[in-house]
Write a protein that binds this ligand. Structure first.
Ligand code: 1DF
Ligand code: MN
Length: 345
């Protein structure tokens, strides 16, 4: 069977954004300990992995395509690396999002069969973000939007961001809710033990963000909104039973004025509005579990290039104990449908 492997959480950065990050580190100009932990490491360390990541992030041609060929990845869904422009001062954030989108669109135009792009945007300026998403989708051909979790401590359950959800629902493009380091208000106990990054803090932050969005009623307001999460759902699939039980109990007993009844159970939104990728989770039992509770038609492959460029991991998903048709859905057709990727691509 001729299966195309589509990797759905693959990162890039224009050099200009890396320069902006260097400026923040030099000036210590944002109050975001997670940012310094993450990018202080990747931008200043001389060890092998951060050096390789720095080089691969800014490449959208030779090395990236060679790495894809070497691992049998036919197609990447590419997005601006975390935290994207969300850590930048508002006007610079708007400008860098535009620049990143122009660069990514040019790369997709050079390699249309190999890349699909997601639009970057600056939640710091919601009307500008909505306009940039519209430009990205209707003019640049992007097939979704990247949201790198919190924006300077703010989360998308806040109604001030909902015009961004509204335009995504209207354009029928998914929002990839990608990790960021935990926001300042919650990072301390993780940071002091070295657990703030991709090892665990990313999932704490991002799983919580998705839950905040769900319990806020955002999917009742925008029933067509589609959200993608990586890392096998940032641990939420394992929690569905308890989430449903406790949310129902809390609503019935009126425990919090902010916890309102929802039209559906939390697990229903997870199965109807959420898609899940395997980024960083090349582990058969966990993948099989998530497929069983979320559905085979909404679990997709992701590598997390260049952060987790481990060629041998592709064998794990190649060897999943599923039929060829299911494997084609997992690697290819689920992503083609969700991101409207041309079948010939
Ligand atoms: C890391 C992992 C960094 C992921 C990422 O973006 C990232 C890491 C800055 O290992 O530090 O996207 N990830 O998704 O697992
Ligand atoms: Mn990632």
């Amino acid at each position: 069977m001729d299966i195309k492997r589509i990797a759905t959480e693959e990162a890039f950065s224009p050099p200009e954004m890396m320069d902006a990050y260097r400026g923040i580190i030099r000036e210590q100009s944002v109050d975001d300990p997670g940012f310094y932990s993450l990018w202080g490491h990747y931008l200043t360390s001389d060890s092998e992995r951060p050096r390789a990541i720095r080089d691969k992030l800014i490449d959208l041609d030779g090395e990236r395509l060679a790495d894809m060929d070497a691992t049998g990845i036919h197609h990447q869904v590419i997005s601006l690396t975390s935290p994207g422009v969300q850590v930048l001062e508002r006007d610079l954030a708007v400008n860098i999002a535009t620049l990143a989108n122009d660069r990514l669109a040019e790369a997709v135009a050079r390699h249309p069969d190999r890349y699909t792009g997601l639009a970057a945007m600056a939640p710091q300026d919601p009307p500008a973000a909505a306009r940039e998403i519209e430009r990205g989708v209707t003019r640049l051909g992007f097939k979704g939007v990247i949201l790198n979790s919190h924006t300077q401590g703010e989360y998308f359950d806040d109604r001030k961001f909902w015009e961004i959800f509204e335009v995504c629902e209207q354009l029928d493009v998914p929002v990839y809710l990608h990790p960021n380091t935990p926001s300042k208000a919650m990072i301390d106990p993780l940071l002091e033990s070295g657990l703030d990054g991709a090892i665990f803090g990313f999932a704490v932050e991002t799983g919580m963000h998705l839950l905040r969005i769900i319990v806020s009623g955002a999917f009742d307001r925008f029933p067509g909104l589609k959200i993608v999460v990586g890392h096998l759902g940032e641990a939420l699939p394992f929690w569905l039973f308890r989430l449903d039980f406790m949310h129902g109990a809390m609503v019935r007993s009126n425990r919090y004025p902010t916890v309102r009844p929802l039209k559906k159970k939390i697990s229903d939104y997870m199965r109807e509005n959420v898609w899940i990728t395997t980024s960083g989770m090349a582990w058969e039992p966990a993948i099989m579990f998530v497929r069983s509770v979320i559905g085979n038609d909404r679990v997709m492959y992701a590598m997390d290039y260049p952060y987790q460029f481990v060629p041998a991991e592709v064998e794990v998903t190649d060897n999943l104990p599923i039929s060829d048709a299911e494997k084609q859905a997992f690697y290819q057709t689920n992503a083609e449908k969700l991101f409207s990727i041309n079948k010939t691509g």
